[in-house]
Design a protein around this ligand. Structure first.
Ligand code: ADP
Ligand code: MG
Length: 620
């Protein structure tokens, strides 16, 4: 058995440059690293101890950009110039968000409802990718300031339910900010990693990650085995979070003080001040039993009991989502081994208790819930940096895997982004009569022609007993195991001859290379479709000439002179077209030859030819 060493995954990097983990949140963002001395994940802190950067971008008169707490100050006074919750807009069109348009106090452009949203600030237009890049750039600058070293590489987290477009948008934002995004990691996966789950290969566990942030709620059910995280289900409410708790408190206080909605709308500043005081109260009540504060000369107070009464229905709604997630995962709560608490709002004691009651177990809350995702991202970054050699956390194949078929075409067996472990098989056949061997060439990449992809391995399946073309059934199967090792097996089903090859991780593609390959496949998509169609026509023409030729020589006795000479002429014409004519011309030639042979073929067609004319075949 031949062995060729190639990494199917992106592979671990050898350099020791610091790679940071970034939690790019809806409300707050932050950066973490593995401390080089203690080897423990830590969140980066400013001098004043501040770790969270509000995910808010403000544009000044001259278009100057500020991010974070500085920008937050303008939320009330300059709502049109102060952008929050950008994450909600990543990869979205106006149609996707129109039901929530009142939520955004800035201008979301709606002239083209189908294409990706833009945000208008004064005379300028920004995409969510650009806006996120401002936040990432700020995080990068702060990290460089704190670490006193350039920061160019990062792992960024996203919600488990983010689709490809949203993940790509996040990557692009990183790139715009001058970051090489080595990996996009699911937030619940990162949170579990921060608690050390999944770091032990033998461990098999089912984990519920409950993430209640400022404006969003996510529940994810994960299964880890062999160091692989699989998302079994996700559920949640993208418009439910700690901000809603604040709103309930504001409503309650307003009623108490006899302020109606109209008055609050009139006095935007008053409303905003009340909102800030409400958040302060909520946060304090996570530790104390009562709170008193003053706004506009008036005293407002709240007890923990009162707060719990106000938010209970909201907390109940999150439990409803948990129930749905469990039923989607086809699990009962007893199947959950660990419950991980994520997001600032899980500090609320009522939330903790309700979740713990629902899952009938104590929850993991020893790490800061608003830091845990960033901490896990740092753990993942460290693994990618090659500092944790035993671990290669891959959960998906970054590029498609397939084999070469007739005409140098790529036939994909395992598409990119497949979860691993992963398995796929397909049947192929021979192209020539008596073909005794078949070459199996394994490729990785997104292009239609194998010559544009990366060759991983090649082997010959020999000893196929002599049979007419199209008769052998060769089953080619791909298995990517948990370690990212690909085994390719080929077996001729009629005779049982088989051969296999293992493609082992040894050196890898960097994410940049993977990205380039993906970009290439996009830029060449049109051209590839064209080439694929041409190659398919050429292959079909060659096969038709072959089979027709064989048919004639085998059945001469049953055909007329005229049939034979006409067919021969059409075959010659088609053969001449193959090398230089267009796809349409070749297809016309095929059609013509088919037309000619159809009447007598129908008379005489035997099964073997029928078989030879369909199915993909592989050359000797
Ligand atoms: P996101 O993931 O959406 O960026 P975070 O995880 O940072 O958000 O959570 C922010 C929310 O957590 C805010 O609503 C904030 O008021 C709330 N929060 C932070 N600390 C506490 C606390 N001690 N008690 C209750 N809520 C808190
Ligand atoms: Mg979060």
């Amino acid at each position: 058995m031949a062995k060729i060493g190639i990494n199917i995954a992106t592979g671990s990097l050898q350099q020791n440059e610091m790679i940071v983990g970034i939690d790019l949140g809806t409300t707050n963002s932050l950066v973490a690293i593995i401390h080089p001395d203690t080897r423990q994940p830590v969140v980066l802190k400013e001098h004043d101890g501040v770790t969270l950067v509000p995910s808010i971008v403000h544009f000044g008169e001259q278009g100057q950009v500020t991010v974070g707490n500085e920008a937050k100050k303008f939320l009330v006074t300059e709502p049109q110039h102060t952008i929050f919750s950008v994450k909600r807009l990543m990869g979205k069109s106006y149609n996707d968000i129109k039901d929530h348009s009142v939520f955004f106090s800035y201008k979301v452009i709606d002239d083209n409802k189908e294409s990706l949203v833009k945000i208008q600030v004064g005379a300028a237009f920004y995409s969510p990718v650009e806006l996120s890049s401002f936040i990432l750039k700020e995080l990068k600058t702060r990290a460089e300031h704190i670490l006193k070293t350039p920061v160019t590489r990062a792992v960024i987290t996203v919600p488990a339910y983010f689709n490809d477009a949203q993940r790509q948008a996040t990557r692009d934002a990183g790139k715009l900010a001058g970051l090489d995004v080595l990996r996009i990691v699911n937030e619940p996966t990162a949170a579990s990693l921060a608690y050390g789950m999944g770091l032990n290969r033998e461990e098999v566990k089912t984990i519920a990650v409950y993430d209640l942030g400022g404006g969003t709620f996510d529940i994810s059910v994960l299964r880890i085995s062999n160091g692989i995280f699989e998302v079994l289900s996700t559920n949640g409410d993208t418009y439910l979070g700690g901000d809603d708790f604040d709103r309930e408190v504001v409503k309650y206080w307003s009623k108490e003080a006899g302020l109606n909605d109209e008055e609050l709308k009139m006095h935007k500043n008053l409303a905003q001040e009340l909102r800030l005081l409400a958040e302060e109260a909520k946060i304090q009540l996570s530790n104390l039993d009562s709170f008193t504060g003053v706004v506009a000369g008036q005293e407002f107070s709240l007890t923990r009991e009162q707060l719990e009464e106000l938010i209970r229905p909201l907390v109940e709604r999150t439990i409803e989502c948990c129930r749905n997630a469990m039923s989607d995962a086809e699990l009962t709560v007893s199947a959950i081994d660990e419950v991980v608490m994520v997001g600032g709002s899980t500090r609320v004691p009522l939330v903790k208790k309700t979740v713990s009651d629902f899952f009938a177990k104590s929850v993991h809350d020893s790490l800061n819930p608003d830091e845990v995702v960033a901490l896990g991202a740092a753990v993942q970054a460290d693994i990618l940096a090659g500092n944790n050699k035993e671990l290669l956390l891959l959960d998906i194949t970054p590029l498609s895997l397939g084999i070469e078929t007739m005409g140098g075409l790529m036939d994909v067996l395992i598409p990119r982004n497949s979860k691993i472990p992963s398995q796929a098989g397909r049947q192929y056949t021979t192209q020539k009569d008596g073909q005794g061997s078949m070459r199996i060439s394994v490729f990785q990449g997104e292009r239609d022609l194998v010559k544009d992809n990366r060759k991983l391995a090649e082997f010959n399946l020999t000893g196929i007993p002599g049979m007419p073309a199209g008769l052998p059934k060769v089953e080619v199967s791909f298995l990517v195991n948990a370690d990212g090792i690909l085994t390719v097996k080929a077996k001729e089903l009629r005779s049982g001859v088989e051969q296999s090859i293992e493609v082992k991780p040894q050196y890898g593609l960097t994410d940049a290379e993977v990205e380039k390959m993906l970009m290439d496949s996009i830029t060449h998509a049109k051209e590839d479709i064209h080439v694929r169609a041409l190659v398919e026509a050429q292959t079909e023409a060659r096969q038709l000439i072959d089979t027709t030729g064989q048919f004639i020589s085998r059945n001469k006795a049953f055909l007329t002179e005229e049939e034979i000479s006409q067919t021969q002429a059409a075959m010659d014409q088609l053969a001449a077209l193959i090398s230089h004519a267009s796809k349409d011309q070749i297809q016309a030639g095929i059609e013509k030859l088919n037309e000619l042979s159809r009447p007598y073929a129908e008379r005489l067609m035997d099964q073997a030819i029928g078989k030879a004319m369909k199915g993909k075949s592989i050359t000797e």
